[in-house]
Design a binder for this molecule. Structure first.
Ligand code: GAL
Length: 630
């Protein structure tokens, strides 16, 4: 198990940040070593944006600068998550190969000058990225500082996540050939008899570029799948080299705050450990819940295993309209929240605040003001505190009784254009379902459609718009065997090609839910309504003008609830509380005051460590209870 290598080198919760020493001189490096010791830093990510410095000309490498930092960090007892440096190609590469620059759907080619300016399908980019990766792996594979490989950086985080150049179009066609075999099968799946789109050969197919009106939804949906797969292929090309040259060193890549771009359930199995970057807005009253949700997703990506927090901000970011600082204590609360939800590390962007460049107003562990700053003081205090809990490293996050189902392809399909309402947003729906659990300090796992559902008392299914018959049958079996399911509006509408399941909405769930939906009726004020005909379900609440809004249907040993509406938050809370009471899903600890959160990790010796977070008072306490009786 490659992860063992990481835990050999990082022996208490990982603490540190992105380290960019190339932006500084030797005097600062010497100071860094001392300040890292003072702050309790034991893990840094090195080299994320260092391609231009490390390969200053094609095939010419300069590792001398990096050798020194790797040795210095090893001596200081700081482990390194070493980046493959491929997130941002050097200027010479785009000068020699401008064809690697990504193209937007309207044909605009993006220029270099920021970062992540490469086409995911470009063989030239991949060849150069893999070549550099191989050199790094060969040079540092046995270095005592190396704990982990950090592949790329935040795949898909900018508009270059999709590319529409000719190379991408050819790659899309190849991907479609593999998926469909024949163009007739593609025509069938894409419903191309609509609007005279029937293709005679794969050569006629393009990426969905800017067009006069709505583009083919199945084409758009496949293009989302393809784009996620192409980025994954870039990551895997580097991973192949790393695992060949350094078979014992684990690999990861850091995911962007839960985003639509990548099908993370498809990505996660390829990584040794899931890693995440979290940037809650300190001015957003719902920030902690949103963050809790994203941490629940990260934990869910590998079936409940610990994950790494590789970036967060110690204070303000620099990329919102207004970038509020974190008040005293907030950084500590945010950090412990991550640990509570399963993180094995608390890392920041970045170690030292840049002097120049686009991120100089982004906070860092060592601010422009240096050591004598509140942020550095809090950073050092937190480092000491986390170091005092080595038992939490690798401690298993306790499995929740409730789960929420998330599916990226359905998310992509739900938010396509030309739907009954433009207000259908999966993340909003997921957060609205998660919030009543969060507010009551009820733990919630996030699971994919093919998850093992046995053992979950409650399953929330927000807007599962697109669903295969197989998934529908699995959800039916879950309820028949005693589970409680809460499904919300506009679910079970189309198949994996965005073709409607015929026979009355939501056809694959009619029997399970005991109802039929005849029409959708979204209102100008953004509310959602459906005309529901009961076929065995009982009405729980009704729309003001009549007709069931929320229904309940005993099915087999379990119960299926349906929300034909998007209830306001108080009604949603009452409803979820009632469902929880029925199926016996309780808060993580029985005696928590209003607003206080607790999440539990189970140490190697079986002790349950409850991390108790009080956002109101920005306080964090740990409670320990003995192992649960078997
Ligand atoms: C992340 C990125 C970092 C830094 C940070 C600023 O998305 O990985 O390199 O830009 O944002 O918040």
């Amino acid at each position: 198990m490659r992860l063992g290598h990481f835990y050999d080198r990082v022996t208490s919760l990982g603490y540190g940040g992105d380290y960019n020493p190339e932006q500084w001189g030797a005097d600062v490096h010497a100071e860094d070593t001392g300040l890292m010791r003072e702050a309790g830093v034991n893990l840094v990510t090195l080299g994320i944006f260092s391609w231009a410095r490390t390969e200053p000309a094609p095939g010419t490498y300069d590792f001398t600068w990096l050798d020194g930092h790797m040795d210095r960090l090893a001596e200081a007892g700081v482990a390194v998550s070493l980046a493959t440096m491929t997130a941002s190609p050097p200027p010479w590469l785009t000068r020699l190969h401008p064809e690697i620059l990504p193209v937007l759907e309207d044909g605009t080619r993006l220029y270099p000058g920021s970062r992540q300016h490469w086409c995911p399908s470009s063989p030239v980019y991949r060849r150069h990225a893999v070549r550099l990766t191989e050199r790094l792996a060969t040079r540092y594979g046995t270095h005592p500082a190396l704990a982990l490989w950090h592949i790329g950086n935040e795949y898909g985080c900018h508009i270059s996540r999709h590319c529409h150049c000719e190379v991408s179009a050819a790659a899309f066609r190849a991907w479609l050939r593999t998926r469909y075999g024949t163009v007739e099968a593609l025509d069938e799946a894409w419903s191309t008899d609509f609007w005279s789109q029937r293709y005679g050969t794969f050569e006629e197919v393009h990426t969905p570029r800017t067009a006069p009106s709505f583009r083919n939804p199945a084409q758009q949906l496949d293009y989302w799948r393809f784009s996620s797969d192409e980025l994954l292929a870039c990551c895997l090309a580097e991973k192949e080299v790393l695992t060949r040259v350094t078979p014992d060193v684990p690999v990861t890549t850091n995911f962007v705050p839960v985003a639509k771009t990548l099908d993370l359930f498809a990505w996660a199995p390829h990584l040794d450990v899931v890693a995440y970057d979290s940037y809650p807005d300190p001015h957003d009253p719902d920030a902690l819940q949103r963050t809790a949700f994203s941490y629940d997703v990260m934990r869910g990506l590998k079936g409940g295993r610990p994950w790494l927090l590789l970036e967060q901000a110690p204070g303000a970011v620099n990329w919102r309209e207004r970038n509020g600082r974190k008040p005293p204590g907030r950084m500590r609360l945010d950090s412990w929240q991550a640990v509570a939800h399963g993180a094995d590390s608390v890392l920041f962007f970045q170690w030292r605040q840049s002097r120049g460049g686009a991120e100089k107003f982004h906070s860092a562990m060592v601010p422009h003001g240096g050591r004598a700053t509140r942020i550095f003081r809090e950073v050092a205090e937190l480092g000491a505190e986390l170091a005092g809990h080595p038992e939490l490293l690798g401690a298993a996050p306790e499995r929740a009784d409730a789960a929420l189902l998330l599916d990226w392809p359905s998310w992509w399909a739900l938010e396509l254009d030309a739907h009954p309402s433009a207000d259908l947003r999966l993340l909003d729906a997921a957060l609205a379902h998660h919030k009543p659990l969060y507010d009551a300090s009820v733990a919630c796992d996030v699971v994919p459609v093919d998850a093992e559902l046995t053992g979950y008392r409650l399953l929330l299914v927000p807007n599962l718009y697109s669903v295969t018959n197989e998934t529908a049958q699995r959800l039916g079996a879950y309820v028949r065997q005693g589970g409680t399911l809460v499904m919300s509006y506009f679910s079970g509408i189309t198949d994996e090609h965005d073709r409607v399941h015929l026979g009355g909405y939501p056809a694959p769930f009619r029997e399970l839910l005991g109802l039929r939906v005849e029409e959708f009726d979204p209102r100008p004020d953004g509310t959602w309504a459906e005309e529901v005909h009961l076929e065995g379900a009982e009405p729980v609440t009704s729309f003001p003008g009549g007709g069931p809004a929320v229904t309940r249907h005993p099915y087999g040993e379990g119960t299926a609830w349906y929300l034909a509406t998007r209830p306001p938050p108080e009604e949603m809370r009452d409803l979820v509380d009632r469902v929880r009471a029925e199926c016996g899903v309780s808060p993580t600890l029985p005696d928590l005051p209003e607003g206080v959160q607790a999440r539990t990790r189970v140490t190697a010796s079986g002790t349950r460590v409850h991390v108790v977070l009080d956002p109101q008072n920005l306080s964090v306490t740990l409670r320990k209870t003995p192992p649960r009786p078997p």
